[in-house]
Write a protein of this length. Sequence first.
Length: 288
Amino acid sequence: MTEGLCLHEMIYDEQGQAVNYRILDVNPAYEQIIGVQRDTIVGKTATEAYGTDTAPYLEGYAKVAKTGKSFSFETYFPPMEKHFRINVFRPQKNQFATVFEDVTERKHSEEQIAIFKQFAEASNQGFGMADLNGTTLYVNPALCEMLAISPDEILGKSFAPFYTEADQQKIQDVVIPAILKTGKWEGELQFKSKNGRNVITSESYFLIKDENGNPRFIADVISDVTAKKEKELRQFQIAALEKQAAIIDAITDAVVVLDMNGVHQSVNPSFLKLTQCSKKRTDRLQYC
């Protein structure tokens, strides 16, 4: 038995009011969880055993000893700085037994998850988490906004169909194997939101393991870099046009640049000199 077990006897005053309780017996798990030996605790009152002014949870325990109605609760016990889940029942009148487990580690994990969720919910970056089968378990508001969906439309389903076919294959052949092997993957992908918008993303995947080091979940932090990439493309195109113009300007022969419809776009200085045209090159330049 991994849970602690402790048998108690209620102590009443002359008016029949519960004022304390005495520890009658404990199991080995009690000794391990509480950190005391059986022979140092059995026979002591609760106030003596736990060093408190009043017996812990006296009112609830007294009710069980009197009525026989069992109940369960979770509590934080400051003297031990631990969280416990306690089940209380009555083996016989004026007695009660507690079966309990130390849930401190779980509580700390829940607190950490709550802090992470609070951070993720407020972030303008997308956060998502899935199990190893690809089933989506969590998405934050920013990711829902990127996808133009509500959480109900993705939770319990695969995120993969939102990606382009090429990136779906990349995720299967490159991303997932890398995550399982190294614990992480970073790179750019592209998906299409529900409203048809193409979204270029910078993504950082990482593996979440259990306490034994076994893979449990895959998490993803997603940044929408579409605007940045579009700006970079425009800057590249401008730089390419400027380079092209510099090359054309350096040519000694007359050069006329036409678009795909045959409309004049620009001419070089040699053309202006040859034609004695003083008009500078402009968009949709017509013959002088």
